[in-house]
Design a protein around this ligand. Structure first.
Ligand code: OFO
Length: 178
């Protein structure tokens, strides 16, 4: 069981995760236009991760007898600058998401909602990993400092990223999880 306040806060988080997916899809599209297939693949993998984050929340709200109310998703920027600009924006966005998860965790603690607190723990850990990944890529791009050969090497490396989350949600996102 979750409170109405927690239900509303979790619905807002669903929206933030969907916006994240949208944002990374927009970045993937621009990378594709720039001929950077590896970067495009990395951002599309990130799109799938964000959809998974949204669906995990969706499923949790249902499991607690809550109601999922979908909200409109903001339009992401139509244009971005360099790959460094995209990853700087990605990190800033993830830091905002981390703050949002922390606020949800504060609410769960305040309400003594232990089930939601334990559920949110997964997101706390995930955010540490996401910020770390973004920082590493930003470091590589800064070291590269606009060198086209270096950029192609980073592109090849990022293109090796696969999608490690379910992308078919018809059976629910928990299918196959422990
Ligand atoms: Fe990027 O972790 Fe969800 O939003």
């Amino acid at each position: 069981m979750i409170s109405d306040k927690m239900n509303a806060a979790l619905n807002e988080q669903v929206n933030k995760e969907m916006y994240s997916a949208f944002l990374y899809m927009a970045m993937s599209s621009q990378c594709d236009d720039m001929g950077l297939k590896g970067f495009a693949k990395w951002f599309m993998a990130q799109y799938h991760e964000e959809m998974f984050h949204a669906m995990k929340l969706y499923e949790y709200i249902h499991s607690q007898g809550g109601k999922v109310t979908l909200q409109s998703i903001d339009q992401p920027p139509a244009e971005f600058g360099s790959t460094l600009d995209m990853f700087t924006k990605t990190l800033a966005h993830e830091q905002m998401v981390t703050q949002s998860i922390n606020n949800l965790m504060d609410l769960a603690i305040e309400e003594k909602d232990h089930a939601t607190r334990i559920f949110l723990q997964w997101y706390v850990t995930e955010q540490v990993e996401e910020e770390e990944n973004d920082n590493e890529i930003i470091d590589q791009l800064r070291l590269n400092d606009g060198n086209p050969q270096g950029l192609m090497m980073i592109d090849r490396e990022l293109g090796q990223r696969g999608v490690n989350v379910p992308i078919d949600f018809s059976m629910g996102v928990s299918a196959g999880e422990e």
